[in-house]
Design a protein around this ligand. Sequence first.
Ligand code: AMP
Length: 616
Amino acid sequence: MSDAHTPELVIGIDLGTTNSLVARVVDGRPHLVHDGSGAPIFVPSAVSFLEGEQALVGQAAVERAPLAPERTVLSVKRLMGQGLADLSPEVRAQYGPELVEEGRKLVKLRVGERLYTPQEVSARILRELKRRAEEGLGQPVTRAVITVPAWFDDAQRQATRDAGKIAGLEVLRIINEPTAASLAYGLGGKDQDGVIAVYDFGGGTFDLSLLRVQAGTFRVLATCGDTFLGGDDIDRLLVSRAAALLQQQGIDPREPRLKAQLRRAAEAAKIALSSADHTVLRLQDPTRGVRLELELTRADLEALMRPLVERSLELCRRALAQSGLGPADVSEVVMVGGTTRIPYVRQRVGELFGRAPHTQVDPDQVVALGAAIQADILGGGHSDVLLLDVIPLSLGIETYGGAVTKLIMANSAIPAQATEEYTTPKDNVTAIDLHVLQGERELVADCRSLARFKLRIPPMPAGLPKVKVTFLVDADGILRVMAEEERSGAEAHIEVVPVHGLTEDEVDGIMADSIEHALDDVRVHQLIDLRNESATVIRAARRTLENAGDQLTAAQREAIVAAAARLETLCEGQEVGPLKEGLEALNQAAEPLAEVILNRVARETLAGKRLDEIEV
Ligand code: AMP
C-alpha cells in the first residue's frame, strides 16, 4: 500500500554477466537490499538445471558447473536477444549446454530433453533475486528497474523485459548501465550539462560509454568495448608467470586442480597489490610437493598489465573520435567494475581524460545503486529529477527497391513518435507488406529486421490508398507500430516483436508454464517429504513389531503388517493424496503398538510423541 507520502517500493536490479545485485533507496540514499540472513544480495548469474524443472541459482550453480557443465548456464546475458549468427565462435564455446536456433532465429539452450530461452534462464536469476529481496524486506517485491549495457539493441532490451515478466516482475524501466552509474554519483541533474565518460572494467569485459547530459536527459554519444578484456586477463598473465616457475620445478601446471589453485592465488595477489606495494603469490600443496612463492611488487604487476590497460585506453580514444570530442570535452569520469580498484588503472584513466575519475562508490555496486535511484524516481520518491534515455539505433520501414525510410532517428529522446504516409504504386492492391527495420544504413540488407506485418485494404486504383504508418517508442524503449488506410478505415494495430524476441503470447505461455511448474514443484516436494516420512514410519513400525509385537493381538499385528506393505507400494506412486492416507492408516494401525511401548517405557517422558519419534 502506498499513500501520498510513502513512495512505492520499486527495486533496482543490476542483471550482470557474472553477478547480479539488488538495491533500493532508503531515506534518500541507495543501498544494496539484504536477504533473509542479513547478507547483501550479490548473486552469481548462474543457473544449473536439475532433473525435472528444478534448478540451482547463484553460488550453488557455480559450484555445480564443473560437475554438470552441460546442465549449467553461465553468462546467459551474452545470449539475450541473439541469434546463433550474432555469436562469435569464442562466445559459443563458453557454453556447456548446446546452443540451438529455433523459430524466429532465437538462440535456445538444450538441457537434457528441454530447450530453454535465454529469457527463461535470466528469469530464474531474477526470480531468485526477487525471492531473496522479499525474504529480507518482509514484503512482496513486484516492480523493478533493470539495467542493460548501453549497446544493447531493441531485441536485447525486449528480451530483458521478457525475463522480468516471466519472473513475475513488472519492469518499469530498462536503463543503460552507464546512465545508472552516473546517477549513483549524483550526475545528470537538470543544471549539470556536460559529457560523462563511464569506464567499466570488470572481470571479463570492458566498456567505455560517452554520455551527453542535457537538461536532465542522458544521450549515448558512443560506446566502445571489448567483450574479451577484463581482470581475468590480468590473472592469466600472473598465472603464466607462476606456471613457468612450477615447470622449472618439474611440476605440470596444466593439471586442472593445480590450475584452479593457481588462478585463485594469482587473483589474490593481484587484489593484494591494489592496497600494498608488495606481495607474495603463494601456492602450497604438500601432497603433490608443490611449494611456490613468487615475490611481486606493484611495479611488476603494472608492467605486466600495461598492454591490457593500453587496449582499454585505445577504445576510449576511439569513442572520443567517433563522437568528435577530445578528452578535454569530458566533464566527468565514472569508474565501474572491480578492475577499476587497481590504482594503476585509475591513474592511466585520469591521465587520459585530464581529470580524476569518480571512485568513491563501490565499483561493483555502482550500477545497482544507480538503478535504485531510477527505481525510486519511478516509485515517486524523487520528483525533482527528469530522466530520459534515448533510442540507440534508428527505426524505419522498407520502401520500394529495398531501401529504408527512417521514421525515428538514433539518439532521439524517448518516448518518441513519428508518422509517415504511403500509397500503392499498383492498382487493386489488397495487402500491403510492412517491414520494420533498425539500423543506420540505407539498405534493408544492411539493417536488422525487427518485424514484418500485413495491412489488408480494399482494392483501389494505384495512388489512391492513404496508408499512415505510426511508430511509437514508449518510455521503456519498446517499439509499437500502427498502420491505417485512411480512406477505408482499414487498420492494423501490430504488436511489433523483434525478430529475435518472444511474442507476448510466448511470454505469457512461459509464465503460465512456470506457474504450472511452480505447482508441480510444490507437489514434487510434498511427494519427496511424504516418501521420506513413510520410510521412517515403516521402518519404525516393523522394528517395534519385532520387539514388542507379542503384546498385540494377531489382528492388530496383521493390520500393521498390511498397512506397512500398502504404504510401501504407495511410495512408488506419484500421488500425494493416497500417500498421505496410507501414512495416516499406518500411524493409526500402529497406535496399539505405540501404546504398548509407551506403557513399557516411561509414559510421562514420551507422552505426545509419535511412533517414529520413539524409534528415533
Ligand atoms: P566485476 O566483473 O565488476 O565484478 O569485476 C571483477 C573483477 O575485478 C575480477 O577480475 C576481480 O579480480 C577484480 N577485482 C576485484 N577487486 C579488486 C581489487 N581490489 N583489485 C584488483 N582487482 C580487483
